[in-house]
Design a protein around this ligand. Structure first.
Ligand code: HGY
Ligand code: MN
Ligand code: MN
Length: 429
């Protein structure tokens, strides 16, 4: 065994660019959940991990799990992130963490390191809610948190259900809904991700360690009015669905800016107008509402207040508002003992860091329901994410990868020590 060398920024960079090139045409990266493109990205991840000495498995939810054997069998320390993207998103969201996992496996393989217990490297499927509204589809199934019915209810903008999309790429939604990971197979998990905010950049730090991940309530809203001729219909007495939706959008912003809802972020990201003709008053408008908060109760209070005020405004306009809940995830506080292993690894290496909350949701939120989990953040330039301008410096990615490797080795040693103690206890009888 030779000393593990530092992460190779150039190799990390070229791996990341290779993955980023796997995209639909158009600006940025578009690699949607449960598409053949996402599966191709998983296959590429699997190739790289097999070359780094791992055994590959794809679980029924479509998550690719690469296992690197250890000296003994037993609970594995894990890492990973997602390979799907939003529409016209960035090259780092999700990919940074999966490419860091590839680099860690390569570094350990090249150095001939034998860990006490196995390590596992995961590429999650379907983390983005961009296609089906529901975030973290693959990790939610792995954590045993999704019902089979849910996979039929979640539909994309073309009406394709999550279950049908899974079947179309060769997965079995029935099996996926009844197959969760086993908690005893894991000792801990660390996800590396770009911050998607600007706290680290403002603090001039390359490393963040997450203590809490925001929750999100996502709702589809439909305003129904009366379509009619724009010239023949007087202004008074119109039931203009788009004017109603426009007022509703501003109400979401108003509630989130209200000091009583400090901490809530409310956004309308998608809106469609029917019939969409210049000379017809809009009769039906459908739009999304995304409400995020670090406080689960305030998140739901804010979402309820927004919908209540929207409904009143639409009624006043002679239009009707319908609301359909797409997804509802609570904020989660990550366990401090795993976080402390990460911060101890940073302190050991003299790496400055800060502890911060995540405004974005992550697979770590779902994995944590089964396996104690931590998150490492690397900076996002100007805090931009979910856009083609998303950017993280190769050196920052490498610094995060080095810390990830050190944290995984600490989790491995800790789990082995515990297993060793338990073994002795077993020997005492
Ligand atoms: O939407 C999110 O927070 C994440 O990027 N899936
Ligand atoms: Mn992400
Ligand atoms: Mn994202």
């Amino acid at each position: 065994m030779t000393a593990v060398r530092p992460a190779d920024p150039e190799r990390l960079w070229s791996t990341l660019q290779t993955m980023a090139a796997m995209s639909e045409p158009g600006p940025g990266v578009t690699r949607l959940a449960y598409t053949t493109l996402e599966r191709a990205a998983h296959a590429r991840f699997a190739e790289w991990m097999a070359d780094a000495g791992c055994e590959i498995a794809v679980d029924p939810a479509g998550n690719t799990v690469a296992t690197r054997p250890g000296r003994a069998t037993g609970p594995a320390a894990g890492t990973g992130s997602h390979l799907d993207s939003v529409y016209n998103g960035g090259r780092f969201d999700g990919i940074a963490g999966t490419m860091a996992a590839v680099e860690v496996a390569r570094l350990l393989h090249e150095a001939g390191v034998e860990t006490e217990l196995p390590l596992r490297f995961v590429a999650f499927a379907g983390e983005e809610g961009a296609r089906f509204g529901q975030a973290c589809c693959g990790s939610k199934l792995a954590a045993g948190l999704s019902s089979r019915a849910e996979l039929d209810v979640r539909r994309d903008r073309d009406g394709v259900s999550l279950a049908d999309a899974m079947a179309a790429v060769g997965l079995d939604p029935d099996l996926a809904a009844r197959t969760a990971w086993a908690a005893e197979d894991w000792s801990g998990f660390v996800e590396l991700h770009v911050e998607q905010g600007s706290v680290l950049e403002r603090a001039k730090l390359d490393i963040g360690v997450v203590d809490l991940i925001s929750g999100s309530t996502r709702i589809e809203l439909t305003v129904t009015g009366q379509a009619s001729h724009t010239g023949g219909t007087p202004m008074r007495g119109r039931a203009d669905a788009l004017a109603g939706a426009a007022e509703a959008v501003l109400l979401a912003e108003q509630v989130a800016l209200d000091p009583r809802h400090r901490g809530t972020r409310a956004t309308v990201g998608r809106l469609s107008v029917l019939p969409g003709s210049i000379t017809t008053i809009p009769g039906r408008v459908t739009f999304s509402l995304d409400v995020r908060d670090v406080d689960a109760d305030r998140q739901r209070q804010s979402a309820a207040e927004i919908v209540t005020r929207m409904r009143a405004a639409c009624l006043r306009r002679g239009t009707r508002l319908e609301a359909r809940l797409l997804a509802d995830t609570s904020a989660v506080v990550l366990p401090d003992w795993v976080r402390n292993e990460v911060t101890a690894a940073a302190a050991e290496r003299g790496v400055p860091y800060r502890v911060l909350t995540s405004g974005a949701s992550h697979d770590a939120q779902m994995v944590n329901r089964l396996v104690p989990t931590a998150m490492i953040f690397v900076p996002s330039r100007q805090g931009l994410s979910h856009v083609p301008e998303e950017w993280t410096e190769p050196a920052q990615l490498a610094a995060g990868t080095d810390l990830l490797l050190a944290a995984l080795l600490r989790l491995d040693a800790r789990a082995a020590a515990v297993a060793g103690v338990l073994e002795n206890v077993g020997g005492a009888s």
